[in-house]
Structures are given as C-alpha cells and as structure tokens.
Write a protein that binds this ligand. Structure first.
Ligand SMILES: [Zn+2]
Length: 229
C-alpha cells in the first residue's frame, strides 16, 4: 500500500487501512500515519510521523510502532497513556506526548490535539492542517460532544472522520452527530466493518446535512480531498 503518488497543491491524499481508525494522510510534503494496527510496518516506508489517539488494542500496537519507527526514524506523537507504553521502545527525542489543545509541528504540517469522548485514559482527537491549509479532523473513535460545534466553526474542516460502529455507544447516528456539529466539506464514515452502517450514515447525512458530501471509503484505496473554495 505505500503511496507513491503526491497530492496536488491545496489537496491531501488519504487511505483508510483497517476497520478501526487507521488512516494514512499524505500532504505535499509529509506522510502521517494514525493509529496503525492490523497492518505491516513496510506499508509505511515514508512515514514522517505516527499519531496515536489512545491506548486501546485497536489503536495502539507498540511492537508495530517500534518497527515503523526503526525503519523510518519518524516521530511518534501520542496521548499520555500510549506515550507511557512506548517510552521504553522509542528514542526519547522521537516520542512526543500530546494533550488536548497542544500543537506539534511536523515540518510545515500542524498536528493539534483536541478532546475525545471515549472511555480510555486520556484519549485525543487530531486536527491536521497541511502546509496548504487543508484541514482534516481525525476524531479517533469518539462519540459526539458539544465542543465539536465550536471546533468546527473555528477550523472549517475539509474532511472529518466519523466513527459509526464498534466502539461503545457508537452508531451511524452518533457518527452523523459528529458531522452535524463540525459541518465539514466531506464526511467519512469509518471505524466499522459494516458497509450497511456506512450506508445508513450516508443516508442520514444526505437528508439532514445536504451541503456536506459523504465519502464512503474502501479499505486501502487512495482518495484525494481538496481545500474548500
Ligand atoms: Zn477503536
């Protein structure tokens, strides 16, 4: 799956690579990998950074992260509980702990953490802003929470990833609620192994939030999203 392609200016490429929150994001200059599990390290030969949202098994695989880090010398950005579990395997200068409202730069790309409504230790969601200003909101497997409205208003997201299954309490409805609050240009239903749930999300979105496009991703396919006009 290594992406050879580079996005056009003012665009990013993304790939959803497992049934959870595993997403690769490629900007013109950087490759970011979020929550890699159930995949081989060699899928990410060009990773500049790996971002971890929380310590659950479907988001954090310390052995795999160690392997990716050794092969690429990339930076690891992780919530405090995951950072704690990685600190014996990752060189200290390559491991950066992050908490909500903190920002870390990967070259010209900004990675900012926000709150996450999920029963884990100190989980985070990630706002990724490319060097061109394309805005991606990776919401881990969060349930909706009220602050999402203000975050959406402030950031004007191009893409928001919305959990529609597997995690406690999540459904196509809670996924839609994330889209409704954040009002992105494109909403992507993920964190599920049910095509029916993704379809339900798409139907609710079309009816209730017609200005937001739904992109139902297939695993391991490359999608390009451009900055809103
Ligand atoms: Zn999960």
């Amino acid at each position: 799956m290594p992406i050879e392609k580079t996005p056009e200016k003012n665009a990013i490429l993304f790939v959803w690579f497992n049934h959870y929150a595993g997403v690769l994001i490629k900007t013109p200059s950087k490759t970011l990998v979020i929550d890699p599990v159930d995949i081989r390290a060699r899928s990410f030969p060009n990773a500049d950074a790996v971002l971890i949202t929380h310590e659950h098994y479907d988001h954090l695989d310390p052995r795999l992260i160690t392997e990716i880090q050794k092969a690429t010398n990339c930076t690891i950005i992780a919530d405090p509980a995951s950072a704690q579990r990685l600190k014996h395997a990752i060189p200290p200068e390559k491991l950066q702990q992050i908490r909500p409202s903190e920002e870390i730069k990967v070259g010209e790309v900004s990675v900012k953490a926000e709150k996450c409504n999920h029963p884990a230790s100190e989980p985070v969601t990630y706002i990724i802003t490319s060097e061109d200003g394309v805005k991606v909101f990776h919401t881990a497997d969060s349930l909706p929470f009220p602050e999402l409205a203000a975050i959406g208003e402030r950031e004007k997201f191009d893409v928001v990833f919305c959990t529609v299954g597997i995690a406690p309490g999540t459904s196509p409805d809670t996924g839609f609620e994330i889209a409704r609050l954040t009002k992105p240009q494109v909403a992507v239903p993920y964190h599920t192994n049910s095509a029916a749930y993704q379809q339900q999300f798409a139907e609710i979105l079309k009816k209730e939030l017609p200005k937001t496009a739904c992109l139902i991703p297939e695993l391991n396919k490359i999608y390009q999203v451009s900055k809103r006009k």
